[in-house]
Design a protein. Structure first.
Length: 128
């Protein structure tokens, strides 16, 4: 009787382990079988990120007192800002009435947050 119990218990463990393995395999392989509906344009993404980085670099260079290094020219800043506002439909910041650029990093970061929200909502539309 004890031997039957041990043999039965051993078979149940094998069945439980096999079931667990099959479940894990089927769940992990289903990730690869799912087709994504997202058609993200990687070139646009790279261009979008590059333009955001240009605007950020320009803003940091102009708002940091200790920064004597100016790597982003005014024309490049405006070109990048035109690109971003064209797609995101966000208006130019009001600060352009007084100076060229953002007055502070926090003003820039507020707009940057809006741009990335827009990007996340629209990235699957194969943007050009």
């Amino acid at each position: 009787m004890l031997i039957k119990y041990i043999i039965l218990n051993h078979k149940m463990k094998k069945i439980a382990i096999l079931s667990l393995l099959l479940t894990l395999i089927s769940c992990s392989s289903s990730k690869y079988l799912e087709k994504s509906d997202c058609n993200e344009n990687r070139k646009f993404k790279a261009q979008f990120l590059k333009n955001v980085q240009n605007i950020e670099d320009y803003t940091v260079e102009r708002t940091t007192i200790s920064s004597n290094l100016k790597t982003v020219k005014v024309n490049a800043f405006f070109k990048s800002l035109n690109f971003i506002t064209k797609y995101t439909k966000t208006p130019y910041p009001d600060v352009f009435n007084l100076q060229t650029g953002y007055r502070s990093i926090s003003e820039f970061q507020a707009d940057k947050k809006k741009w990335f929200i827009w990007y996340e909502q629209n990235k699957c539309k194969n943007l050009h």
